[in-house]
Design a protein around this ligand. Structure first.
Ligand SMILES: Cc1cc2nc3c(=O)[nH]c(=O)nc-3n(C[C@H](O)[C@H](O)[C@H](O)COP(=O)(O)OP(=O)(O)OC[C@H]3O[C@@H](n4cnc5c(N)ncnc54)[C@H](O)[C@@H]3O)c2cc1C
Length: 417
């Protein structure tokens, strides 16, 4: 399957003479999805990724949404039933671990590596250029010239910037747009299910488990283990725990790693200083329901992601477009950021086909609905986060709190084939 050309069902294909040369910046989930969908409608696509090695180190869970995996499902490239875990219940626990509410709503989860590996295998390695950090973008009426940190360059008709939350391309085209700190961070961790006590395993069984406390909330759900194993009892229990941290010195200090280096948007596994790990474990025991606290305290290398909002006034700039987190970075409460990025790139391919490969006309047509989608998701996630962390008005079991892209719940009960 490596590098094989597919067709996109129902979308058509550009004529031989109207096939733009496309550079995709960033080779993560959205960059790869863009590369595949655009190649399949007939574009001539290269991906440029800053990382020197394939992105295989992120053992984090992704809540599945039909849009996130549309490419893989359309082409039967992955049997999601065998590479995903699921939870049939949404369960809210109080501080003592008693069940406050329980609703039947199934969500599926997989690992970042599973999706990334499948998308990369489908695109192939020939035109996936690692160790290519873009450092310059120049645009005239007809072409874009990209330059890279090693002094090499590439030209294209369309630049699709999928270079994430700290996007270089966004800084180039929108220098005044800033990341806005949400006032809290997500602590993330995983524990091998085999290390959990029977009582905790039973309490978290088949469930997306929430706890909402004063100024905090936490959730757990099962994800495949690092080898992709999805059998109950051998998976990883994934924790996301949102904790308020004032901006300024407290946040700066938390984000200073063991080597004394100040990080910006995350502290990877192994980088958090011991005093913060100790504090995390102590507060877990005092503030979280016992089963959730057990996941927090047994997690070997908890790590931190700063909760940020990025809102852009435009996504299209001549022959450059921003997609995924490079455009809108949204808080993770609706678990739909990857789905939003995928929606951006599917819509882009459709617009290019509609406009017969005319890049600027296609981007003009594409931009308004994607801006609306990004704004709506950003607003909903911000409201969810503010409600849990600051207003204290989350109502346990409220369906409005369910994961989803266009509306709460549109990623629940999905069919995996
Ligand atoms: C706590 C938390 C939980 C989450 N849970 C979910 C979830 O359950 N479901 C979900 O859908 N989403 C979730 N997300 C969001 C999800 O992780 C992101 O939306 C998604 O990874 C964004 O993908 P992306 O490809 O746009 O950007 P990224 O994955 O950030 O990739 C950007 C890529 O660009 C590369 N790059 C950067 N700069 C350059 C440059 N100058 N030149 C070349 N390459 C460059 C980087 O190396 C990187 O590989 C969560 C996020 C957080 C913080």
């Amino acid at each position: 399957m490596d590098g094989r050309l597919m067709t996109v069902p129902g979308m058509g294909r550009l004529a031989e003479t109207r096939r733009p040369k496309v550079a995709v910046l960033g080779g993560s989930l959205i960059g790869l999805t863009a590369a595949l969908v655009l190649r399949d409608v007939g574009c001539d696509v290269d991906v440029y990724e800053r990382s020197r090695a394939p992105l295989e180190g992120r053992g984090v869970g992704i809540v599945l949404h039909p849009m996130t995996v549309r490419y893989l499902l359309d082409h039967s490239l992955l049997d999601l039933g065998t590479v995903s875990t699921s939870a049939a219940w949404h369960r809210y626990l109080d501080r003592d671990g008693a069940v406050l509410s329980e609703d039947r709503r199934r969500h599926h989860f997989t690992g970042y590596n599973t999706l990334y590996g499948s998308l990369l295998a489908a695109f192939g390695r020939e035109r996936y250029h690692l160790d290519h950090e873009a450092t310059g973008i120049a645009q005239d009426d007809d072409r874009i010239e990209l330059t890279f940190a090693d002094g090499t360059s590439a030209s294209c008709d369309l630049l699709v910037a999928a270079d994430g939350v700290s996007s270089f391309a966004r800084r180039a085209v929108l220098p005044t747009v800033e990341q806005r700190y949400g006032g809290y961070v997500a602590w993330r961790g995983v524990v091998d299910e085999r290390e959990l006590t029977p009582a905790t395993s039973a309490a978290l069984d088949d469930s997306l488990t929430y706890h909402v406390g004063a100024g905090t909330h936490a959730l757990t759900y099962p994800i495949p283990n690092y080898h992709g194993v999805v059998d109950t009892g051998r998976r990883l229990m994934n924790l996301v725990w949102y904790r308020n941290v004032p901006e300024g010195e407290p946040l700066a200090d938390l984000l200073t790693d063991r080597a004394g280096r100040r990080r910006d948007v995350s502290l990877p596994p192994g980088a958090v200083r011991d005093e913060y790990l100790k504090e995390l474990r102590e507060i877990a025991l005092s503030d979280l329901p016992p089963p959730v606290a057990e996941v927090a305290t047994r997690s070997a290398t908890p790590f931190v992601q700063v909760i940020l909002d990025v809102e852009v006034p435009h996504m299209a700039f001549g022959r450059v477009c921003l997609v995924g987190d490079a455009a809108f970075t949204v808080r993770p409460h609706a678990a739909a950021a990857t789905a939003k990025g995928a929606a951006d790139v599917w819509a882009l391919a459709a617009a290019l086909v509609r406009h017969d490969g005319d890049v600027e006309a296609a981007l003009g047509d594409w931009e308004p609905p994607q801006l609306e989608l990004g704004r709506a998701l950003l607003r909903r996630n911000r409201d969810l986060g503010e409600g849990a962390q600051f207003r204290g008005d989350w109502v346990c079991g409220d369906p409005a709190l369910t994961f989803g892209l266009h509306r709460p719940g549109d990623s629940a009960d999905m069919h995996l084939s």
